[in-house]
Design a protein around this ligand. Structure first.
Ligand SMILES: [Zn+2]
Ligand SMILES: [Zn+2]
Length: 342
């Protein structure tokens, strides 16, 4: 089930750190260790919807891309990318993206994304999370009864009154479609990923996620009926994304275009002095040795996106603790502890 096939490294359980990647032989600087697959679930942020290719994530300094798929609203850098996207997605997925696009267009004046920026004051705990999702399930259950009782296409009153967040909707739909297309990949790749049991930054954030589930169930009733759209699947997507997502940034790093979950790339642990560098090439990631690596050494990337270079040990630990929930004990942190670094 481990997807790293390079004969240079292997994936192994590591004391107190889950899985990790270890060097099987000396690895010289610059060696390519892994090319990931495309993302299992991802989203291009709403504000970049006209500027980032839906297939290869190309972004050209904020220019609107030339090819647009009218019924789904997806944009592409070339007709080739559009055809590749269409054949990879398939009919059912394209229809689902069309429904989502129509829904978002209809409710464009209710787009609210301020929950994303909520300061971390009251993170909902496991009990609150459970309660919110079971309320969501109850609403979806009622909707299904109404849908079967009448063939009239009337929106549930709750859905009409809710705000929407296209980023959450798009991310969840991309993951739901993976689960639908390829349940084996879902089982083998998504379920084993480290999951955050309390991934919501605030009650508003929790509510925005549960509402997105209800809205998807309202616009995609067939996926709900055949159990490809369940609260469990949504919750798995949200809690794995919190610990495994890679940010999709523009080449200069200034624009945060979206994020994706890359199961084959999530075996690398974190170090504040990483020996592996990662670079996005289109929709994939390449992982290379950033320096010579000895046999048995753990291969680590940084989760801090380069910021680790300038941050103190206290600042690094605080950020890693708040986002990923662990206290960093990498060699650099331990060394800075020893010499009394601040
Ligand atoms: Zn493209
Ligand atoms: Zn560290």
């Amino acid at each position: 089930m481990y997807k790293i096939t390079s004969n240079l490294v292997h994936v192994q359980e590591i004391a107190n750190a889950g899985r990790g990647v270890l060097a099987k032989q000396p690895i010289p600087t610059g060696t390519l260790l892994l090319e990931s697959d495309g993302p299992a679930a991802h989203v291009v942020h709403w504000q970049y919807r006209k500027e980032v290719c839906a297939q290869c994530f190309r972004y050209n300094l904020g220019r609107t891309l030339p090819v647009k798929h009218a019924s789904t609203g997806k944009v592409f850098c070339s007709p080739e990318c559009q055809s590749a996207w269409m054949s990879e997605q398939g009919e059912l997925a394209i229809e689902a993206w069309e429904k989502l696009y129509g829904f978002v267009a209809l409710k464009a004046n209710t787009i609210v994304q301020d929950h994303v920026f909520a300061t971390v004051c009251a993170r909902p705990d496991a009990i609150e999370i459970e309660a919110a999702w079971s309320k969501g399930d109850k609403t979806v259950g009622q909707m299904r009864q109404q849908q079967t009782a009448s063939s009239k296409k009337k929106s549930h009153p709750l859905v009409s009154s809710q705000n929407i967040d296209p980023d959450i909707l798009g991310f969840l739909l991309s993951g739901l479609l993976l689960q639908h297309h390829n349940p084996n990949a879902w089982e083998a790749e998504m379920l084993p990923l480290a999951a955050d049991p309390t991934p919501y930054t605030s009650n508003r954030d929790l509510e925005a996620h549960v509402n997105s589930y209800i809205q998807l169930a309202a616009i995609l009733p067939h996926l709900t009926t055949d159990h490809h759209l369940t609260s469990n699947i949504c919750r798995t997507l949200i809690s794995t994304a919190n610990h495994n997502a890679f940010g999709l940034r523009s080449a200069d790093g200034d624009e945060y275009l979206g994020y994706g979950v890359y199961p084959s790339a999530s075996y690398f642990n974190h170090s504040c002095s990483p020996n592996i560098s990662k670079q996005r090439v289109g929709a994939m990631w390449e992982f290379r040795a950033a320096r010579d690596i000895a046999v048995g050494e753990q291969c680590c990337i940084t989760y801090l996106g380069g910021d680790e270079k300038h941050l103190t040990v206290l600042a690094r630990r605080a950020r890693l603790e708040s986002i990923w929930g662990f206290e960093c004990a990498c060699p650099r942190c331990l060394e800075e502890d020893r010499v009394g670094g601040q």
